[in-house]
Unconditional design. Structure first.
Lengths: 721, 155
C-alpha cells in the first residue's frame, strides 16, 4: 500500500490522489443544521453547487483513497481514521491509500489535533461515511443483477450475491454508483461483526518510520530553499533596539539578516533572522550577531517570585468556578479534616522534532509546510495578517515529530511566512533545541490549596480547591481577566460531584509575561496531582483503603474500572516492604485508573517496580495504539514528576538543552501493563488521558512505603526520607 | 570552504562545506538524506546517530572533515526494504509513535546487536541510554531489541 503523505491542493483531491477515470467520491458538507454533517456524493454536489470536502474515493480500479484530516504526531490517527472507514466500507487496509488533508476549517471542521479529539469527535460520521459508500455499491450491484439489495453483501472490496456467489469488484461498480444519491440513513455494523475495529492492527506509518522515509517538517525541502535561524528576545517580551551584523555577513553562505516578528497570542514578539544556504551557516551567522534589546517594559520574573505570588494568591479571594453547599462551614464544623498545598512546575514540551516551518510566499499565494497540529488555525492567522482569502493560503501538514500541544500554536509558521515574504524565496525556519526549550510557551506552573473534611462514616464531607497559576486563555489581548478558568476541575472524576455534599473550585490567575500553552492532557496534567493526592490524604484521615475509600463515592462505570484495577494489580494481595498507590482521573471523556508499585533499593532509593493502567475510553478503534499511548503518557508523566522542570531567572528560562532539562531514559522506565475496558460507552480520548493519574499514583505509593507525602514536583526518587 | 567526499551508504557525495560543519548538517542539507535527525546539537539525545566505519557516532558532534572518505551508514543505508532484523523487529513490536527519534534508536540498536547478539537488559540500558524518546516508546524498544536478537538466530 502507498501511504506517503502527499501535499495536495484542496481543489485537486481527485487528480492528485492518483484516481483514474470516474470515481465514487463521498464527502461531507455543512448542512444548515449546526453540527450535523450531511454525506454527499461528489457528482451530485457538483451539479447542485455544494462545496464538499472529500474524505473517501474509489476509482475504477477499486483503489480506495482516504483523507486524514488530523495531524499524525505519534498518537496514531494516521492509522485509526482509515481503520474506522475501511471497516464500514468492507475493504482491507492494504487496499487503501491515505493522504493528509490540507488546512481548511470550513471544509473539515476543526482540524486542531488537541484534546484527544480525533476519534471521539468524529467517529460516528466517519463510520457513516464508509457505510454510505458500501450501501451505494451494494445497491448498484443489485441493480445490475436485477436482484434485491438484501440478497447481496459486501466483503473485501467486492459485492457478492449470496445465493449465486456472483461477484463485482468495487472498481466495476463505481461508474454507476457515482450516479446515485448518498443514502440518508445507513445501518452501521454491530460491533460484534467488526473485522478491523478493536483489532490491534499494525500502524501503516511504521514501515516508513524505520527507514528514514517518513517526511517530518524538518525534512521537507523545496528547490532553492534557504535556511533561517532566529535570535529571539531571551526575555519574553523584549524589543530589538538595534543590531550589528558585520561579523554575521562574513560567514560564508549567509544571505540575509532581517528583523522579524512572531505572533504570540496576538502580541508581536521580536527577533533577528539570519538566512543562509544551509542550516549550519545560518547558525554560525547568528552566533556572530550582536543585538541590543529593550526589555524594560515588563517584569523579569524568577521561579521563586512566581511561586511566592501564587502561594499568596491561593490564600486570597478566588474567582469561583463550580460549587455546591458551603465548604467553609462544613470544614469549620468537621472533626476530621486536612489541609494541604501542592505545587507543580513549569514544563517545556520538548518535542524531539524542534519547531520548524517551510514557507514559500509568491505573488499570488502563500504556501507553508510543517509539523502542524492546527492547520485551520494557522490558515486563519496567516489570512488575517496578510489580508488574503483562504484559497490563497495553503497549509500542508507533514508528519510531526511530537506535538504535545506546542505545535497547535500559530507563531512559528507566521514567522516563516514573514521571512519568505521579505527575502522573496522559499525558506525553512529552524528552531534550535535551545530556542525550542527557552522561548516557550510552557506548561504553566500551578499552586493548589486544598481543604477537605471526612464524615463520621468515612466519606468525603467537603472538598475545596483554590488554584493559582497562569490562565492560558488570558494571554490574548482584550481577554476578560475577571473570568474563572473553566478548566479548574479538569481531571476530577465527574462521579465525585454527585456524591460530595460540599465542594468548591475556584482560581486566582497569575499575571506574568511567561507565555503558556497546552501541554499533553493540559490542566489535568497538574490538577490531577493535587486532586488525587488529596483524596489519598482524606482516605488516610478516614482510615480506609484508598480504593475502597474512592469506591463508596462513585457509580457503576467507575466501580467496574476499580474492580479491574484491583484485580490486575494484585492490590488486595500487596506484600510488605512495597508501597502501592492508586489514582483515578477523568480527562477528555475517558477514565483512567493507575496503580504504581514501589520499593526501596539497598542504597535507600525509590524504585518503581511496576505500573498497571486501566483505560476506559468507551468505544475504541485500535487496542495496540491505546496501549502505546498509555505507555507513552506514563513515561512523559514520569519525566515531569521526577526528572525535569523549566525554571526562570531574571526573566529568562534557565534550562536550555537536555543537559539541564533531564529526560527519562530507557533505564528509568518500569514495566507497564495496560488494560482496556470493553463497553458501549461513547468514544473518549486516547492520546492524553493516561498521563494525569500516574504522578499521584506514584506519590501515593511512596507515601504508602515511606510515610513521606510529596506535595511539590518534580522530586528525586533518589532522595526520599 | 573545502571540497569533501562523503562515502554515504556506499555512494560518494562530493560537497563544498565549511570543514567544521557537523556531519549531521552535511548529510541533511548538502547530501539531502533526511532520515538522520537533528534533536539537540550537543550529543545528548541520539537522534542524529549514524555509523562511522561501523561504530555509532553522534553526527551532530563530528566535524564533516573528520568523516571525509570514511564509510558512513545512515538509516537509509541499513536496507532498501526494511529487511534487517532490527527494522523487522521494530515493525513487529510496533515501536514508533511520532517516529522522529527512531532513526537514531535503530542505528544504536543495530550497532549493539552487531557486537553483542544476545544483550541483557543491562546491556540494552548501556547501549541505549543516550537516546531520548519523548513519546516514551522505551518499553517497546527494549522488547524489539530482544525480538531482533531472536530473529538474528533464525537466519
Amino acid at each position: 500500500m502507498e501511504t506517503t503523505p502527499k501535499n495536495i491542493s484542496r481543489r485537486n483531491f481527485i487528480k492528485l490522489s492518483g484516481l483514474t477515470g470516474t470515481a465514487l467520491t463521498l464527502g461531507f458538507s455543512f448542512s444548515t443544521s449546526a453540527n450535523e454533517l450531511d454525506i454527499w456524493n461528489a457528482t451530485a454536489a457538483e451539479s447542485s453547487g455544494v462545496e464538499l470536502n472529500a474524505w473517501i474515493s474509489i476509482d475504477t480500479n477499486g483503489k480506495v483513497t482516504l483523507m486524514n484530516h488530523r495531524s499524525e504526531m505519534g498518537q496514531g490517527s494516521f492509522q485509526s481514521v482509515p481503520q474506522m472507514i475501511a471497516e464500514e466500507l468492507e475493504v482491507a487496509l492494504d487496499q487503501v491509500n491515505i493522504i493528509f488533508a490540507p488546512g481548511n476549517g470550513r471544509k473539515y471542521g476543526s482540524q486542531v489535533t488537541g484534546g484527544s479529539s480525533t476519534i471521539r469527535g468524529s467517529y460516528k460520521k466517519l463510520l457513516r461515511l464508509g457505510a454510505s459508500a458500501r450501501e451505494m455499491l451494494i445497491e448498484t450491484a443489485a441493480k445490475k443483477w436485477g436482484v434485491n439489495k438484501s440478497e447481496c453483501y459486501a466483503e473485501n472490496g467486492t459485492v457478492i450475491h449470496r445465493a449465486s456467489g456472483k461477484k463485482f469488484h468495487y472498481g466495476e461498480l463505481v461508474t454507476e454508483a457515482a450516479k446515485l444519491e448518498a443514502p440518508k440513513d445507513v445501518a452501521l455494523k454491530n460491533p460484534k461483526d467488526y473485522k478491523l475495529i478493536r483489532k490491534p492492527l499494525p500502524r501503516q506509518d511504521t514501515p516508513m518510520k524505520v527507514n528514514g522515509k517518513a517526511v517530518f517538517g524538518l525534512d521537507f525541502k523545496l528547490p532553492s530553499m534557504l535556511y533561517a535561524v532566529v535570535e529571539r528576545s531571551p526575555r519574553f517580551q523584549g524589543k530589538v533596539i538595534k543590531w550589528d551584523d558585520t561579523e554575521t555577513k562574513k560567514v560564508p553562505g549567509v544571505r540575509h539578516v532581517l528583523k522579524v516578528t512572531r505572533d504570540e497570542f496576538g502580541n508581536m514578539r521580536e527577533g533577528v533572522a539570519v538566512v543562509a544556504d544551509n542550516t549550519w551557516a545560518a547558525m554560525q551567522g547568528r552566533k556572530a550577531l550582536k543585538i541590543e534589546w529593550d526589555d524594560t517594559a515588563f517584569p523579569h520574573h524568577s521561579t521563586e517570585e512566581l511561586y511566592t505570588k501564587m502561594r499568596e494568591q491561593v490564600k486570597g479571594e478566588m474567582i469561583s468556578f463550580r460549587t455546591m453547599g458551603n465548604t467553609t462551614s462544613a470544614f469549620a464544623k468537621a472533626e476530621k479534616k486536612v489541609e494541604a498545598t501542592y505545587e507543580t512546575p513549569y514544563e517545556s514540551h520538548s518535542c524531539m522534532e524542534p519547531l520548524n516551518c517551510v514557507a514559500n510566499v509568491t505573488d499570488d499565494k502563500i504556501e507553508i509546510w510543517g509539523p502542524i497540529q492546527g492547520p485551520d488555525w494557522i490558515q486563519q492567522n496567516i489570512c488575517a495578517h496578510f489580508k488574503l482569502p483562504p484559497e490563497k493560503v495553503i497549509v500542508n501538514m507533514t508528519f510531526l515529530g511530537g506535538g504535545f500541544g506546542r505545535k497547535a500554536f500559530t507563531d512559528y509558521p507566521y514567522e516563516a511566512v514573514m521571512i519568505s515574504k521579505e527575502i522573496k524565496a522559499p525558506v525553512q525556519v529552524i528552531w534550535t533545541r535551545e530556542d525550542d526549550m527557552t522561548i516557550g510557551p510552557f506548561r504553566p506552573g500551578m499552586v493548589y490549596q486544598c481543604k477537605g473534611a471526612v464524615t463520621g462514616n468515612g466519606r468525603i464531607g467537603s472538598f475545596e480547591t483554590k488554584i493559582s497559576g497562569q490562565n492560558m486563555d488570558m494571554q490574548n489581548p482584550g481577554a476578560d481577566k475577571t473570568s474563572y478558568n473553566g478548566s479548574d476541575t479538569e481531571g476530577f472524576l465527574e462521579g465525585y460531584f454527585e456524591s460530595i455534599p460540599h465542594y468548591s473550585f475556584g482560581d486566582s490567575p497569575l499575571d506574568s509575561p511567561v507565555p503558556v500553552m497546552w501541554w499533553r492532557s493540559v490542566y489535568s496534567s497538574t490538577n490531577a496531582f493535587a486532586f488525587e493526592s488529596f483524596i489519598d490524604e482524606l482516605a488516610v484521615q478516614a482510615a480506609k483503603d484508598p480504593i475502597d475509600f474512592r469506591r463508596q463515592h462513585l457509580g457503576e462505570r467507575y466501580q467496574l474500572l476499580m474492580n479491574k484495577l484491583e484485580q490486575v494489580s494484585g492490590w488486595k494481595e500487596r506484600g510488605k516492604n512495597t508501597g502501592y498507590g492508586v489514582a483515578i482521573t477523568e480527562c477528555f471523556s475517558s477514565i483512567v485508573g493507575e496503580v504504581v508499585k514501589v520499593s526501596k533499593t539497598a542504597d535507600g532509593k525509590i524504585k518503581i517496580d511496576k505500573v498497571w493502567a486501566v483505560m476506559d475510553c468507551g468505544w475504541y478503534v485500535n487496542p495496540d495504539i491505546i496501549k502505546a499511548q498509555v505507555e507513552g503518557s506514563i513515561v512523559m508523566a514520569l519525566g515531569a514528576a521526577t526528572k525535569h522542570e523549566t525554571t526562570f531567572k531574571d526573566g529568562k528560562a534557565v534550562e536550555r538543552n537536555f543537559v539541564e532539562y533531564k529526560m527519562p531514559r530507557i533505564q528509568d522506565i518500569p514495566e507497564i501493563e495496560v488494560h482496556i475496558m470493553d463497553n458501549e460507552e461513547k468514544a473518549g480520548g486516547v492520546g492524553e488521558p493516561g498521563l494525569p493519574p500516574f504522578t499521584p499514583a506514584l506519590t501515593n505509593a511512596i507515601f504508602d512505603l515511606t510515610g513521606t507525602r510529596i506535595r511539590r514536583l518534580p522530586f528525586s526518587l533518589d532522595k526520599i526520607g | 570552504m573545502a571540497s569533501i567526499t562523503l562515502k554515504l551508504n556506499n555512494k560518494n557525495y562530493t560537497i563544498e562545506a565549511d570543514p567544521k560543519m557537523p556531519l549531521l548538517w552535511a548529510i541533511r542539507d548538502l547530501a539531502g538524506l533526511t532520515g538522520t535527525k537533528y534533536g539537540c546539537g550537543i550529543a545528548q539525545c541520539g537522534a542524529c546517530t549514524v555509523h562511522l566505519e561501523g561504530v555509532p557516532v553522534r553526527s551532530c558532534s563530528v566535524p564533516v572533515s573528520s568523516a571525509a572518505n570514511k564509510n558512513i551508514t545512515t538509516i537509509e543505508g541499513l536496507s532498501t526494504d526494511n529487511s534487517t532484523a532490527v527494522q523487522r523487529a521494530w515493525i513487529l513490536e510496533q515501536v514508533p509513535q511520532c517516529g522522529y527519534c527512531q532513526s537514531g534508536q535503530i542505528m544504536a540498536a543495530s550497532a549493539l546487536l552487531k557486537r553483542n547478539p544476545n544483550p541483557t537488559d543491562k546491556d540494552i540500558d548501556t547501549a541505549m541510554q543516550g537516546h531520548i524518546c519523548r513519546c516514551g516508546t522505551y518499553p517497546r524498544i527494549r522488547k524489539a531489541i530482544k525480538t531482533a536478537a531472536q530473529l538474528m538466530t533464525q537466519k
